[in-house]
Design a protein around this ligand. Structure first.
Ligand SMILES: *Cc1c(COP(=O)(O)O)cnc(C)c1O
Length: 233
């Protein structure tokens, strides 16, 4: 087994253990392998190990990878855009990705809906909530959620699937769980109103257990699968 296959198996085991501890089925939790900055060869190893869902943060880098794998005949991969999105890049996301996790204003959502090609299925979107990180400019507050959700749900070429958050780092499990639970409450309320809503994208390497215990359905893991990122190149 190569390193990436081995790491993937370990992360999957951790997810199963966390799910079992809180009485959930591990199938309820999707592992998103965050492949930003990593070469196509690393993604190919994860694909060979049976993985299909990948998260990318940078539009052009993600599009290049999506195109390359599609040209090689890999048509069953799922590509998630998880980075901050500027208006002038929305068309590339609309034309290539399957999901966008970082909807935080109507203007971006409208552009994505307008730009989604007719021959593709609707783009799956998550609304990003700024749940605890006062320094981050990304995401809306929970008080703004109902209004934005209603507008996004009405856009014809988007499917509102749920919520995403990147909580500020917390070292204690109790603090992580408290924040994750606020997200879970908002998610359950949204789910009760929209039957397309089924996804809470929450939990990274350091807070995965607390996120799963609170009700996350998708964890985003990069370093533990692909190793440390090199930003010097
Ligand atoms: C980079 C990133 C991750 C993965 O982070 P790791 O620390 O490498 O596991 C998850 N979510 C988002 C939004 C990211 O940008």
């Amino acid at each position: 087994m190569n390193d990436i296959a081995h790491n993937l198996a370990q992360v999957r085991d951790k997810i199963s253990a966390a799910a079992t501890r809180c009485g959930r089925a591990s199938e309820e939790i999707t592992l998103l392998a965050v492949s930003k900055t990593k070469p196509a060869s690393a993604i190919a190893e994860a694909i060979a190990a049976g993985h299909r869902a990948f998260g990318e943060n940078y539009v052009q880098e993600g599009v290049d990878k999506i195109r390359a794998f599609r040209e090689q005949g890999n048509t069953d991969l799922q590509w998630h855009f998880i980075g901050p999105l500027q208006s002038n890049k929305s068309r590339l996301v609309a034309e290539h990705f399957d999901w966008c996790h970082t909807i935080d204003r109507l203007r971006i959502a409208t552009r994505l809906s307008d730009q989604r090609p007719a021959e593709m299925p609707a783009l799956n979107v998550l609304i990003q909530i700024n749940i605890s990180d006062e320094n981050s400019k990304s995401g809306i507050t929970l008080s703004e959620l109902d209004a934005l959700a209603a507008e996004v749900a009405a856009l014809p070429r988007l499917t509102l699937r749920g919520l995403m958050a990147i909580p500020a780092p917390e070292s204690s499990y109790e603090r992580q769980f408290a924040v994750a639970q606020q997200m879970a409450v908002a998610f359950e309320a949204l789910k009760a109103r929209y039957d397309t809503v089924d996804t809470l994208s929450l939990g990274m390497s350091d807070d995965m257990e607390a996120a799963i215990a609170a009700g996350s359905t998708m964890v985003r893991i990069g370093t533990a699968i692909f190793g440390a990122r090199d930003y010097t190149q």
